[in-house]
Design a protein around this ligand. Structure first.
Ligand SMILES: *Cc1c(COP(=O)(O)O)cnc(C)c1O
Length: 484
């Protein structure tokens, strides 16, 4: 055996394991860049159109030897931070704003450095307990019973997939049943639901888009009629998907009434609370979401309503064993771990499509432990009140047409110009506001009309930023309406 070769290879791989001095140097450089980013946040534009769009990365390719830390960090800044949207900005009011808790970043650092294996109880009982604890905390504020089980996922889409698969199996839908099985939703249901249905092998089932009322919520009476008619035709209605805060307009479907219909007709009642679920933490939110606690499964996105950095969704299932059903596994090479497993501490890997995974629980647990729940509760209530304030202020602007009074923290509106096509005008208005770069609003189509959306969700967005947005909207309307 050529021991010299082994030792040479050891030396060649040494930079993978930096010395304490090198670690400190790298950490200081990263921290100082992060600090610069955070202290610029209130000045820097929320949206950047850069010419290169990060293509400069290709000029510095991955190669045999590494680059200097300064080179790499400056590439990160110039190529990755200076084009597109800045979701960390307090002036981001488009889509569903993310924000990114600082304490979660510290938790991610610790999780990655210690690299605890959170997939399996026996591998890291403490990490798994931490995940169970934060899931239980969410279940408690939603009002779920202790029979629940849940999983922290990478986001709402994957959480939705788990929920759909769980509903499919719990309702006993086999391949031969798919064609006559019926799923109910509305045109405002998030597109990830249809994607999940497809991935779950249910694309040949029948999807009914239930009518919405003029507050853009699902019509319970229409749902009941549809289900009754479908049953009458010998079909198999099995799944109702309600949304607790649609992405489009923030409307909350009438959960209490929908639950009654689901119960009476024996449907699985799923609630998509990816955007809105976290509002159950505050009093007015709890009121708006009444009935969410009666669902069979619910999805919530901590990377939206609990302000975490992207990469954390959650699925909760009321009768936890049903989440276990499709996700359990046995494997010979895992026999040591199952011998150690505790029945009351089901491993995340048995509640999820994933096995090895990021230790996600820590990025929720650490901020909750350091800040307590009160600031989260306050921030969420503040967002709801800011949306109401925004609605009220916009109603004072002549020519502005508002959507429904906000259930949570999204307001839709458009301006009817003195002359000309309103859709074209509002499209220009949206682009003018976005290109200006100070605040970011997005747009959507509602009942065939082009509307603007103000979605308030970042913990950094406060009255000042909302007032700034209102005055920018007024200015842009004035400018555009005078030049038609
Ligand atoms: C964001 C969102 C989703 C999808 O969640 P991701 O985390 O982006 O995968 C699903 N439903 C609703 C209502 C959402 O707002």
């Amino acid at each position: 055996m050529d021991l010299e070769a082994i030792q040479t290879l050891e030396q060649q791989s040494a930079t993978l394991d930096p010395s304490p001095e090198d670690r400190l140097k790298a950490t200081e450089a990263v921290v100082s860049q992060a600090e610069a980013f955070l202290s610029d946040l209130h000045q820097s534009p929320v949206f950047n159109r850069s010419d290169s769009e990060g293509a400069g990365l290709n000029d510095t390719p991955v190669r045999e030897s590494g680059y200097e830390l300064e080179t790499v960090l400056s590439l990160f800044k110039s190529q990755m931070l200076e084009s597109g949207l800045n979701p960390a900005s307090p002036r981001h009011f488009g889509y569903i704003p993310g924000s990114g808790l600082f304490h979660s970043a510290l938790a991610d650092y610790l999780a990655a450095v210690s690299n605890r294996y959170s997939g399996i109880y026996a591998a890291s009982p403490g990490a798994v307990r931490c995940e169970h604890l934060v899931l239980k905390w969410m279940a408690d504020f939603l009002g779920y019973p202790s029979t629940m089980a849940g999983d922290l996922t990478s986001g709402g889409s994957v959480a939705t997939l788990s929920a759909v698969v769980t509903a499919r199996d719990a309702m006993g839908i086999r391949a031969k049943d798919v064609e006559r099985s019926v799923i109910y939703m509305t045109e405002h249901t998030h597109h990830c639901v249809e994607k999940a249905i497809r991935i779950a092998g249910l694309s040949e089932s029948i999807i009914r888009f239930v009518d919405i009322d003029d507050t853009l919520r699902m019509r319970a009476d229409h749902l009941a009629d549809r289900v009754r008619a479908d049953k009458g035709e010998g079909l198999n209605p099995f799944l109702l998907i309600a949304t607790a805060g649609t992405t489009n307009t923030g409307s909350v479907d009438p959960l209490m009434d929908l639950h009654t219909i689901a119960r009476d007709f024996g449907l699985w009642f799923h609630v998509d609370g990816a955007y809105g679920g976290a509002f159950a933490l505050c009093e007015p939110g709890k009121k708006a979401l009444a009935g969410i606690e009666l669902s069979d499964s619910v999805v919530m996105d901590p990377h939206k309503g609990l302000f975490l950095p992207f990469g954390t969704g959650a699925v909760l299932v009321r009768d936890g064993i049903k989440l276990h059903g499709p996700h359990r596994y046995e494997a010979d090479y895992m026999q040591d771990t199952s011998a150690l497993a505790r029945p009351d501490m089901i491993s995340p890997a048995e509640l999820s499509p994933e096995l090895s995974r990021h230790f996600r629980g820590l990025r929720l647990w650490l901020p909750l432990m350091l800040c307590g729940t009160a600031p989260f509760r306050a921030a969420l209530e503040e967002k709801m009140l800011l949306a109401r304030y925004f609605y009220q202020e916009l109603s004072q602007i002549e020519g502005v047409e508002l959507g429904p009074f906000p259930d949570l923290s999204i307001v839709i509106f458009r301006y009817i110009p003195k002359k000309g096509d309103p859709d074209g005008f509002n499209e220009r208005l949206a682009h003018e506001i976005q290109n200006d770069g100070q605040v970011f609003l997005s747009s959507t189509m509602v009942n065939g009309s082009f509307v603007l959306r103000m979605a308030i969700l970042s913990f950094r967005s406060h009255l000042k930023e909302v007032n700034q947005t209102i005055s920018i909207i007024k200015d842009k309307i004035r400018q555009l309406d005078n030049c038609v």
